[in-house]
Design a protein around this ligand. Structure first.
Ligand SMILES: NC(=O)c1ccc[n+]([C@@H]2O[C@H](COP(=O)([O-])OP(=O)(O)OC[C@H]3O[C@@H](n4cnc5c(N)ncnc54)[C@H](O)[C@@H]3O)[C@@H](O)[C@H]2O)c1
Ligand SMILES: O=C(O)[C@H](O)COP(=O)(O)O
Length: 535
């Protein structure tokens, strides 16, 4: 597999990938056509905040399985486009949190004590001691906007330095804020009004873009603003003006609307604005953490295992995955069979888990079942894009669980409907790893799902099986296995064959010409020949 890395990550991450036998190409700072060309044969792309991963990139990256973000913010990655192309996007949300929090605290001190400004004056030979009378953080109020991972670490640190904490975060509870000795307020305005120093820790989202502009900055009058989250959350022009005209005492900014920040940015020309070039995550420990975490996720994606921090695909921990892994194939197969037995446009899919499997986290299994349903329809699909595809095409997907599974340890049933009728196919594992189809449309069967299968509905009358066998034999189609089930003596029956060859159209016609046979369906599964041989 080829892994393309377009922003610098720590060697530890690159080594993990190489040690696993993959080709790792580093192409830092590529953009435009060069990026499109470099990514065209890549199976994984690893980025930090420096690479814009747009729809165009996904169009060009036809072999891509995963985009790994060695860090937290994914505002540079078009996740919608990734999902549409069936590409996993995963970030590394833990490894640089402490580094970002420490940088935020450092930036708070830098601005309230004018450390960079004093440093420059002294380097220039000026002992400007009397000009730099700072503000003590102890006893002041800190306004935290966004109490997520980084916000919480900042809260702990500045609480211990004697600050009162006021939090604005519409998505957390009062109790959560209280755990950090913070008071949760309902409005951003109140947070800004009450704070002496505000630190910003939200993601950049449509909702947070420009959330702190001129009006909001006025509410922080006389205070300081620290943004080590994302450029664009705070309006840069408004911030520069507010510090310049004294509305704010100062600001410290690590992240910018455009990065690298243009040299003529007004923010860079304001004395009381302290700036760093997006250094929040730039510690050796943080870089090693996120590089290794990202490499691990790329390797998991290559192995077809769930990716721990996937943002657009089901994620599940390793131990839980080991328990559901055997059901991925049978769910996909049940979906494939069900959809091939259904006529008309599919309107709904139901996946039912019964028995021991019902105790598990089955999101990945459901994604596999959906993949199975959509693949025979020749929709470009994988387990990442299948749930979205269902949503886009207005297909109703339901999932349910029952603790009891009659006669089996676990059962997975996939039912597909077309608005008028539905077909359900139920699968299980014998001896934990031997997949079987045990019910088709309510008939109890015992079919090994692989290769070419023939599903015939017929009346339970003498001679029908002989007729089918003869028709197949005459056409040179060898029968590898067969199972016949009926509901009542002389009533409707279903017969399932495993065949060694595809079925010629003439056999379909010959069988359907007999009025005892009501339906003939050939099911094509892509399971390997070796599986069949093993059987
Ligand atoms: N400067 C750096 O190098 C650096 C390093 C790490 C993280 N970051 C950035 O820091 C930010 C926070 O990262 P995190 O890991 O803590 O994210 P997180 O997802 O853990 O936390 C974000 C918090 O923001 C809250 N939030 C969302 N919308 C909000 C809104 N409209 N108003 C108020 N709160 C809102 C969420 O509820 C959540 O609690 C991100 O933007 C991330 O990219 C920057
Ligand atoms: O979101 C992040 O993780 C930080 O902003 C770090 O970004 P970087 O990896 O580009 O330094």
């Amino acid at each position: 597999m080829k892994v393309l890395v377009t922003d610098p990550i720590a060697d530890a991450g690159l080594e993990r990938l190489r040690d696993a036998g993959h080709e790792v190409e580093t192409a830092y700072d590529v953009e435009g056509e060069a990026l499109l060309s470099a990514v065209s044969d890549a199976n994984a792309l690893i980025v930090r905040s420096g690479t814009e991963v747009t729809d165009e990139v996904f169009e060009a990256a036809t072999e891509l399985v995963i985009v790994g973000r060695a860090g937290i913010g994914v505002d540079n990655i078009d996740i919608e486009a990734a999902t549409e192309h069936g590409v996993i996007v995963a970030n590394a949300p833990e490894g640089n949190v402490r580094a970002a929090a420490e940088h935020t605290v450092a930036m708070a001190f830098a601005t309230v004590r004018s450390i960079p400004q004093a440093h420059i004056r002294l380097r220039d030979g000026e002992w400007a001691k009397s000009e730099f009378v700072g503000t003590e953080l102890n006893g002041k109020t800190l306004g935290i906007v966004g109490l997520g991972r980084v916000g919480q670490e900042v809260a702990k640190r500045l609480d211990s330095l004697g600050m009162e904490l006021v939090v604005y975060d519409p998505y957390i509870s009062q109790e959560r804020a209280a755990q950090f000795n913070a008071e949760l307020v309902g409005e951003l305005e109140e947070c800004l009004e009450r704070a002496d120093v505000v630190t910003v820790h939200t993601p950049l989202l449509p909702e947070t873009r420009g959330m702190i502009g001129a009006e909001e900055l006025e509410l922080l009058e006389g205070g300081y603003l620290v943004n080590c989250a994302r450029g664009g959350i705070v309006d840069e022009e408004a911030l520069a003006a507010a510090v310049e005209d004294g509305t704010l005492a100062g600001a410290a900014i690590d992240v910018f609307e455009t990065e690298p920040v243009p040299a003529d940015s007004t923010l860079l020309s304001v004395d009381d604005v302290v700036v760093t070039p997006h250094l929040g995550a730039s510690t050796e420990a943080a870089q090693e953490n996120v590089a290794v975490d990202t490499a691990k996720q790329v390797l998991a994606a290559f192995r077809g295992e769930p990716v721990a921090n996937a943002l657009n695909a089901p994620s599940i921990d390793e131990a839980a995955f080991d328990r559901v892994r055997p059901y991925l194939d049978i769910a996909e197969t049940a979906g494939k069979i069900a959809v091939q037995l259904l006529e008309g446009r599919i309107t709904d899919v139901e996946i039912v888990y019964e028995g021991e499997i019902a105790d598990e986290d089955v999101e990945v299994v459901t994604a596999s079942a959906l993949k199975g349903v959509f693949e025979p329809l020749e929709w470009q699909v994988n387990a990442v894009s299948a749930p979205r595809l269902a949503d886009e095409r207005g297909i109703d997907v339901t999932e349910s669980k029952r603790r009891k599974a009659d006669d089996f340890r676990s059962l997975v049933t996939v039912t597909v409907g077309n608005g008028e009728t539905s077909i359900s196919v139920c699968g299980t594992l014998f001896a934990d790893d031997d997949p079987r189809i045990v019910r088709i449309d309510g008939f109890r069967v015992d079919a090994i799902p692989y290769g070419h299968m023939l599903v015939v509905r017929n009346r339970d009358e003498p001679g029908v099986l002989g007729l089918i066998g003869t028709a197949l034999g005459d056409a040179g189609v060898n029968i590898a296995g067969m199972f016949n089930a009926r509901q009542t003596h002389g009533g409707e029956a279903i017969t399932v064959y495993n065949l060694d060859h595809p079925i010629p159209e003439s056999v379909h016609e010959e069988l359907l010409a007999d009025d005892r046979i009501t339906e003939v369906n050939e099911i094509v599964l892509d399971n390997t020949e070796s599986r069949r041989d093993a059987d």
